[in-house]
Write a protein that binds this ligand. Structure first.
Ligand code: SAM
Length: 241
């Protein structure tokens, strides 16, 4: 396992992946299940501290506001990696949307169900998204795809595209870095993280059949020493034909 580097303010951090780590990219189902369990436990340990460390999410809220302007009343929105349900599921429900959340952490699910009882939060892996099951008017994935290895991000984006109704929208946010499934210190625990430079992220999204309609860059200062300042990328994308 490499040491646990952190993302630096305003710089692109490049950390080589440790290919001898058995959970790196987790190629087989058993290794993937173990990796998912580790990630879920890390977020169980973080719990409500996540919202304390990231109390002001103007970039995220603005992105959802713009999304809501394009959606019909009662639209069905899937929140991938829904965390505590705040602010996004709450904001969507308040605007009259129907919300389904996918989340692997039991503690996050508990918090989300208490914070936003009107939404339907399920203990489900982003990678279990099944395009045949449901078609969504919009999908939001705020800082959740960064919890996947890069090869899975590409697969997940393909499933996201296929799970959107024709003309459906994706709001995606990522931290700008250059990492592939690297364990990082975060709020006193360790999570495996991936990140792209913005041109690389555009390419991955476009290759998945999504058309980027809006892109914003936000410099963000968390309110906790266990999390570093970061550059956040917000993309709004439409399902391509
Ligand atoms: C960085 S937090 C962001 C939470 C929320 N989207 C927000 O913006 O406040 C990432 C969330 O994704 C969840 N997560 C990580 N990997 C996941 C996976 N494979 N499937 C579903 N949820 C996942 C974590 O448990 C965590 O709650």
């Amino acid at each position: 396992m490499p040491s646990t580097p952190s993302v630096c303010q305003g710089e692109i951090t490049t950390v080589p992946s440790d290919r001898t780590d058995p959970h790196y990219l987790a190629p087989d189902p058993v290794a993937w299940a173990e990796r998912r369990e580790e990630q879920a436990k890390a977020f169980d340990a973080i719990g409500e501290r996540y919202d304390e460390a990231f109390p002001n999410k103007e970039g995220q809220e603005d992105c959802v506001r713009r999304l809501l302007d394009s959606l019909p009343q009662g639209a069905h929105v899937l929140d991938l990696g829904s965390g505590t349900g705040l602010p996004t599921a709450r904001q969507l429900i308040n605007a009259g949307a129907r919300v389904t959340g996918f989340e692997i952490s039991e503690r996050m699910l508990e918090l989300a169900r208490a914070n936003v009882p009107e939404a339907d939060f399920r203990q489900a892996d982003i990678m279990d998204l099944d395009p045949v099951e449901t078609s969504y008017d919009a999908i939001v994935a705020f800082f959740s795809l960064l919890c996947l290895p890069k090869d899975r991000v590409a697969v997940a984006l393909g499933r996201v595209r296929a799970s959107l109704a024709p003309g459906g929208l994706l709001c995606l946010s990522m931290v700008e870095t250059d990492l592939d499934d690297v364990p990082l210190s975060f709020l006193g625990t360790k999570i495996r993280v991936s990140g792209y430079r913005r041109d690389e992220l555009r390419e991955v999204v476009t290759n998945a059949g999504l058309v980027i309609e809006d892109e914003r860059v936000v410099r963000f200062e968390p309110k906790d020493e266990g999390a570093r300042p970061e550059v956040q990328l917000f993309l709004t994308c439409r399902r391509g034909a």
